[in-house]
Design a protein around this ligand. Structure first.
Ligand SMILES: *Cc1c(COP(=O)(O)O)cnc(C)c1O
Length: 368
């Protein structure tokens, strides 16, 4: 089977992890500090706080901004479920805004319609590693006095007008699940220039303890969202190789582009002059008019040929939990719905071979 995603683990990662296991420090040790410092320096931001997942990182940012019951947060329905769920964790409500059909990111021209007196924040996503329109988002947030949150879980290394994603808005997050650009097994990171947000996240990831406080003193409601030294060591080794990793991914994407561009019935990922994509997945779109069933059949046929593909992303508002609790229905966000039934995520990882790409493309093209 050619897998949809695959982590790229070398002897460097194995060595770093083994080193940790020779010490008694398995949590809250030197590797945590080193990983955080290296991410902060890579992104060009003051504070980085390692967290046990990207989802937990989003939860902490929402909490740190004081978003709570009845508040509204503007976000995109075309994302991984966590970017909306984190709003529900604090009894706030996501207000979905449809996407731009070219970038697949939140359509900045539709945001204002979703803003009212309950709106507290905009949470935008750098979907598939492509930066959202951060300059416009920052203007909107400023104009309406809203917090701005960047879910950059899919975009480590991407740049908006030469500035790294994760560094926009009040706080950003990354995710390090094994299908992301770099992995820690499970893990995530909050990044921010705001000292107060950083301190709150550090406290809440560690059961609400404050710095220097007694281990059994809990100033606020917290969680165990710590990232172990073993995970941090893995992350340090991966980050050491980030340039190599991003280059490998770009080369794989270029090979796909070369074989799939200008093919009738197929749209390859778009590129934009001021947006530097960090390749997370390689998602093609079937032509307009193709229905979900036909797309799913192609995915099934490819699976029979040992090619694992994905349907990134089914719209969040149409997930059973959201339909049931918020009454969303088909037709609510037509751009998202239209695109999400025509997407196919092709196998994509650092070490995908040219021969495998040929095989995937030959089979895909024979089915459309
Ligand atoms: C992966 C991902 C997350 C969550 O990361 P986890 O580490 O899996 O919890 C959040 N948002 C987006 C857009 C993602 O792709």
């Amino acid at each position: 089977m050619i897998p949809l995603a695959k982590p790229d683990i070398t002897d460097l990662e194995r060595k770093e992890v083994l080193e940790v296991l020779k010490t008694p420090n398995l949590s809250l040790g030197p590797k945590l500090k080193e990983f955080e410092e290296k991410i902060a320096s890579y992104i060009g931001i003051k504070y980085a706080i390692a967290i046990n997942s990207g989802t937990s990182a989003l939860h902490l940012v929402i909490r740190a901004l004081g978003i709570g019951k009845g508040d509204e947060v503007i976000t995109s329905p075309f994302s991984f479920i966590a970017s909306a769920n984190c709003i529900l964790y604090v009894q706030a409500n996501p207000v979905f805004v449809d996407i731009d059909p070219e970038t697949l990111n939140i359509d900045v021209d539709r945001i204002e319609k979703g803003i009212n007196e309950k709106t507290k924040a905009i949470l935008a996503i750098d979907i598939f590693g492509l930066p959202a329109e951060w300059e416009v988002l920052e203007r909107r947030a400023k104009k309406y006095n809203l917090y701005l949150i960047e879910d950059s879980a899919e975009a480590l290394g991407a740049e908006y007008k030469g500035k790294k994603t994760g560094s926009f808005g009040d706080a950003g997050i990354f995710g390090f699940y094994p299908n992301k650009q770099i992995t820690t097994g499970e893990g995530g990171m909050v990044v921010t220039n705001n000292e107060k947000i950083a301190e709150l996240c550090i406290s809440m990831r560690n059961q609400g303890r404050n710095k220097g406080q007694n281990w059994l003193q809990h100033k606020r409601l917290g969680y165990n969202y710590r990232l172990s030294e073993v995970n941090c060591a893995l992350g340090i080794a991966q980050l050491e190789r980030i340039e190599e990793i991003l280059k490998k991914r770009e080369e794989v994407a270029k090979m796909y582009n070369g074989r799939l561009k200008d093919k009738k019935g197929l749209k390859i990922p778009s590129s934009f002059p001021e947006l530097t994509r960090s390749w997370f997945v390689y998602v093609v779109q079937l032509e307009k008019g193709v229905r979900r069933k036909e797309r799913d059949k192609i995915i099934k046929e490819l699976k029979k040929k040992e090619i694992e593909c994905g349907n990134y992303f089914p719209p969040i508002h149409l997930q059973p939990f959201y339909r049931k609790n918020f009454g969303y229905k088909l037709g609510d966000f037509p751009v998202t719905e239209g695109i999400s039934e025509r997407t196919i995520a092709l196998p994509f990882h650092n070490n995908l071979k040219e021969k495998e790409i040929d095989y995937v493309c030959k089979n895909l093209l024979s089915l459309i």
